[in-house]
Design a protein around this ligand. Sequence first.
Ligand code: PNS
Length: 160
Amino acid sequence: MRRAVCPGSFDPLTNGHLDIVARAAKVFDEVIVAVLVNESKRSLFSVDERVSMLSEAVSAYDNVEVTAFRGLLVDFCRDNQAVAVVKGLRSGGDFDYEVHMARMNERLSGIETVFIPASPALSFVASSLVKEVARFGGDVSGLVPSYVLKPLHSRLSEQP
Ligand code: PNS
């Protein structure tokens, strides 16, 4: 049984994230989508809200589960008997950022990182851009699941 972990902030989840999770679920027997609890980072949605939105998104996959984690990713992977970390790559910029983490994680625990190239139609989609565009009234439908749109707009409208 080969289990992988797809970690991230998912603030909010995007269709780009879901594409990577769906493809990881075809390659591995089980996938854990792991939401980082990062108290030092101001997020739009709470960890519980993000876990709940992701859980709805992956409900169709019987080999995918969603949970929150704290601390080092390698410790979470070890505690959950995961054999790999899965990350999506949209660009060379992503690679430059991710490869350092992949090498650090491999050095810390021996775990391998498997990179999945983002689908071309979603390769520009990032949570940060989605938030910025939505904040100024731009159309982000099609970039996040439909049930994320309403909470996204309402949470952004509450912000100063
Ligand atoms: O969606 P993000 O914010 O790019 O995800 C980054 C994440 C959560 C994958 C990364 O920050 C992480 O793994 N954090 C856990 C702490 C850790 O293990 N840090 C060392 C990484 S080499």
